[in-house]
Design a protein around this ligand. Structure first.
Ligand SMILES: O=C(O)C(=O)Cc1ccccc1
Length: 285
């Protein structure tokens, strides 16, 4: 099977792919939408993209593309610890404190904001499509003293020198990556051995109805359904129009979740199941 992922080689997404898809053929794509389009067009069997980071929150492009553009179910989830390092071209290793710009994925820059503020104060930073794309840029531009924030594998892959390790501002830095597939026969529970399942719903509220969100939450609460996330995202139809993404800590069953969905629909809500999928937590080793 082919797995599309946010590339180029040595992104955090590739680390996630390597942890769970040994024996699959990896295909890097430059952007998250390109990965998802590749699944829709049948160019790859699966796609792995980042969805949420513990320090920086949701990867909005992933959520928005999944909810507004493509219709691909989430079939699995992998959570990985994230360690960010500052790296430069070996020719600039001695002078890293004089770097003129720092490149990385916007989430990685945000995860290291305190470090950048204190150790590279005033140095501009610029976001690129991934941490590994930043490392590749630094490799290809040795004549400029610039830095990338990326992982250890990227330093190896692009021949860069790590000049500061673990520059993320908080220790518990994890990212959730989702696996997307249209194929019905892909079984992530069998592949990963995971018995922990989650279900993700997209809920739109009836317009201008006082207490609607309270009623939505009570449909889950009285059934004792455990929510691990609720987040609002713009409908993109006008200021103040939002939908909700709700994660439940259980597999889609035949009674409780369908009962809650029926109750929400009776209230005038729209409900879409984005996926019910096994979830795995991986260590860096
Ligand atoms: O840019 C990468 O390496 C990615 O895979 C996206 C990302 C960025 C920052 C933290 C986790 C994942």
């Amino acid at each position: 099977m082919n797995v599309g992922y946010l590339g180029p080689k040595a992104t955090f997404t590739e680390l996630a792919v390597k942890k769970v898809f040994s024996g699959f053929t990896p295909f890097p794509f430059q952007t998250i939408p390109e990965c998802m389009d590749a699944v829709v067009e049948g160019q790859v069997d699966l796609a792995v993209v980042p969805l949420e980071n513990a320090l920086e929150g949701s990867v909005n492009i992933t959520l928005d593309y999944l909810t507004h553009v493509v219709q691909i179910p989430i079939v699995g989830e992998v959570t990985l610890p994230i360690k960010q390092h500052l790296m430069v071209h070996p020719e600039n290793a001695e002078n890293w404190q004089q770097v003129s710009r720092v490149y990385s994925h916007s989430h990685a820059i945000a995860q290291c904001y305190k470090f950048l503020h204190h150790h590279l104060k005033g140095v501009p930073f610029e976001s690129v499509s991934s941490t590994a794309a930043a490392a590749q840029l630094v490799k290809e531009t040795p004549m400029q003293n610039i830095a990338a924030i990326a992982n250890e594998l990227a330093a190896e892959e692009y021949g860069l020198s790590i000049v500061k390790r673990n520059i993320h501002d908080f220790d518990h830095n994890h990212t959730r990556f989702v696996i997307l597939a249209t194929q019905k026969n892909f079984d992530f529970a069998a592949l990963s051995g995971s018995t922990h399942w989650k279900t993700t719903l997209m809920v739109t509220l009836p317009s201008n109805q006082a207490g609607a969100l309270h009623q939505v939450l009570s449909a889950f609460a009285w059934r004792k359904l455990d929510l691990s996330k609720i987040e609002s995202r713009p409908m993109k139809t006008g200021i103040g129009n939002y939908f909700f993404i709700i994660d439940l800590e259980m597999k889609l069953d035949e009674v409780l979740i369908p009962g809650a969905i029926a109750e929400l629909e009776a209230l005038g809500c729209g409900v879409k199941v984005l996926g019910s999928y096994p979830s795995v937590n991986i260590g860096l080793d």
